[in-house]
Unconditional design. Sequence first.
Length: 138
Amino acid sequence: MASEFLARLLDLWVAPVGDEAAFGAVYADPVQVNGTPLTTADMVARARALAGAYSDVEFEVVDEVETADKLVVGFRMRGRHTGPLTTPLGTVPPTGRVAETRAVDILTVRDGLVTDIWVVSDDLSTLLQLGVLTPERS
């Protein structure tokens, strides 16, 4: 059951991005993301920003664990960086490089909707792949 729900959720984040109704069928409004409440419109905007930053986005689920109200997902997201990407270091202009981001999402699911998400992603590795940062060697 989790795999079907997860596939529906991940499909929302791949271009073309759905509308608020599609996101509202999966996410509560508002949904807590790392402790910050985001509306369905906010989630759509995030998905559109992702679609604007990367083309040919693919998700590979590495592992998932389900309990009564939690779904924990480890995944890789790959795509070609073809548009501006907002990062903790600022906006990165398109590099044309293929990058992979590893992430773990801890989702709380109540009444068929994601109500809370804790996201941990490997942004450092992504910035290294895009050439924004370079490893320092001694």
